[in-house]
Design a protein around this ligand. Structure first.
Ligand SMILES: [Zn+2]
Length: 537
């Protein structure tokens, strides 16, 4: 049996005159301290320094299991770290334990570094500190450094909003790809590895993705968002929004006097703001995809203008309190997720579901915490604004943190496409979707989609000028041949399949240009083209 350190720190009571700190039974070795801690938060960890801390933790604990996420293009062997008590070394063992699996990911954007440090600190506190109870009821899967190549491309001007705290950070992308826009088309090695080695292999019940915002001067130490409900089953998103996140916000307020709130931005030129608006609903963002997979997810954004040590602290207590919540409510989360699986596999064929969405306010407005802005007359006669250092609460702000469909399509019993599209079958398989093949020639009734135009988006996403198809569905019977592909919809990934394959989906494979090569020449030649995927209805 390897020794276990017992380190009880700071029974910190905000109502008390001073915090009490008990002496440690044993000192932690220096090798378990992060580069951030050892440098007084001047530096953030390199990939090698992350690995060194993990090595030190693993050398002293039997509860830590490591496997490979991927070997990056630059040769970094990125680990998945599994903490469990009793230890598990396979998803089968995790499954047999019936404990929920919670996944925490840091550093998807290589310059947003505090999740990486916070995850290392939390692992250490769980294995050797005062957080050992967090393994009683759950299995924890960490990828502290997801974008390893981006992390190590360090320079001092990569994150101007972080104001040189720390001095140097990595870059946002991995070899030019934003890994948090790649969830649907899966072009990066990291995304392919995540889908195979985490999402499909460990099937986490809750996915936590740790970021830092790009600059809105609100007044929160950390802002959050759920996996937004779009074409998925609403229950996982609603539980996250209505129960999980408010409980955690209250807990960090009570325990640490920190203000956490909804993610969003506002225009200070309309001071005082009346609306807080979030980012986007699309499942190319990994957390948003999880609702389509009937799993819960949380986007975490620390406040970029805080000093680095404060951001690490905020990220650290956030994930700590998430795990305190799942420690108590993990079985409820598992039940909700699996009930959503069952409903998803038995949906009504022909029912209309959303394929494009718009942002709407949640029912309850919020009291927004923000630094106050002071309007003043600029020398050129216009009104300008200065940000004060005074925190104020603006009551009754509309909270645009929900989405509603603006376009719908009929939910089919299956999608069918020609055996010529093996690449499409592979892409679906990368998502963990089962793609079958017809055993005999078969005639189906349903719909084809006649494309009459393609609207190209006027901005680029990961090098794509995305395509929005325009056209109409037409009811037909169609005979497909033995060996052609069929994707049955009576399974738990049906909502994801629908979002990927619907022609008018605002984040489907068509949007990611998967069919431009066959549609565009036909459109040029004849003025219309048939979308190559048949819907069985
Ligand atoms: Zn980010």
């Amino acid at each position: 049996m390897k020794p276990r350190y017992c380190l009880r720190l700071a029974a910190f009571c905000l109502g008390c005159a001073s915090a009490s700190v008990q002496a440690a039974d044993a000192l932690l070795p220096a090798t378990m301290m992060t580069a951030a801690e050892r440098s007084d938060y001047v530096r953030t960890s390199t990939f090698a320094e992350v690995i060194a801390v993990l090595d030190a933790l693993q050398a002293q604990s039997e509860l830590l299991h490591r496997e490979r996420l991927l070997l990056t293009r630059e040769g970094r062997d990125v680990p998945i770290v599994v903490l469990a008590d009793p230890p598990v070394t396979s998803p089968e063992q995790a499954q047999a334990s019936e404990k929920p699996v919670i996944y925490i990911q840091g550093n998807i954007h290589g310059g947003e570094v505090e999740g990486k440090e916070a995850a290392l600190i939390l692992m250490r506190d769980i294995l050797f500190g005062d957080k050992q109870h967090l393994l009683a009821n759950q299995i924890l899967v960490f990828v502290p450094i997801y974008n390893a190549d981006g992390n190590d491309a360090m320079a001092d001007d990569n994150r101007p909003n972080q104001e040189y705290s720390p001095l140097m950070t990595g870059v946002r992308t991995a070899h030019g790809l934003d890994l948090n826009r790649d969830g649907m088309i899966i072009e990066a090695d990291e995304t392919r590895a995540l889908m195979r080695n985490v999402i499909q292999r460990w099937d986490p019940d809750l996915f936590v993705d740790l970021h830092t915002t790009n600059g809105t001067w609100h007044g929160y130490s950390l802002t959050y968002a759920p996996s937004y409900h779009t074409a998925g089953d609403p229950t996982t998103s609603e539980f996250t929004s209505d129960v999980l996140l408010p409980t955690i916000a209250q807990a960090v307020q009570d325990k640490f006097a920190l203000d956490f709130g909804w993610y969003g931005g506002f225009d200070y030129r309309d001071w005082p703001p009346t609306e807080l608006r979030t980012y986007h609903h699309a499942p190319r963002y990994l957390t948003n995809q999880m609702a389509l997979r009937n799993r819960m997810a949380i986007l975490s954004e620390t406040f970029s203008h805080d000093r680095f040590y404060k951001r690490v602290h905020a990220a650290n207590v956030f994930i700590e309190e998430i795990l305190e919540f799942t420690h108590v409510h993990g079985q409820e989360i598992r039940r909700l997720n699996r009930a959503a699986d069952a409903r998803t596999a038995q949906q009504t064929v022909g029912a209309e579901k959303g394929v494009a969405f718009t942002m709407v306010p949640r029912e309850e407005p919020l009291d927004l915490l923000s630094y106050r802005y002071i309007p003043f007359a600029a020398e050129d006669g216009t009104t300008d604004f200065a940000r004060s250092s005074e925190l104020v609460v603006i009551e009754g702000v509309a909270n645009y943190n929900a989405f509603e469909p603006i376009r719908t399509a009929a939910f089919p019993s299956a999608y069918v496409f020609s055996s010529a599209f093996a690449g499409l079958a592979d892409k679906l398989a990368q998502h963990g979707i089962h793609v079958g093949q017809l055993e005999a020639d078969t005639t189906f009734t349903g719909q084809v989609y006649d494309v009459t135009g393609i609207a190209k988006q006027d901005y680029q996403l990961n090098g794509h000028s995305n395509s929005l198809l325009q056209g109409e569905f037409r009811s037909v019977s169609r005979t497909y041949s033995r060996g052609d592909y069929i994707v049955d919809m009576s399974n738990r990934l049906a909502n994801l399949i629908f979002y990927l394959l619907e022609p008018e989906s605002d984040d489907g494979l068509a949007f990611w240009n998967a069919f431009d090569e066959i549609l565009e020449p036909a459109l040029d030649a004849r003025g219309d083209a048939e979308y190559p995927i048949f819907k069985v209805l």
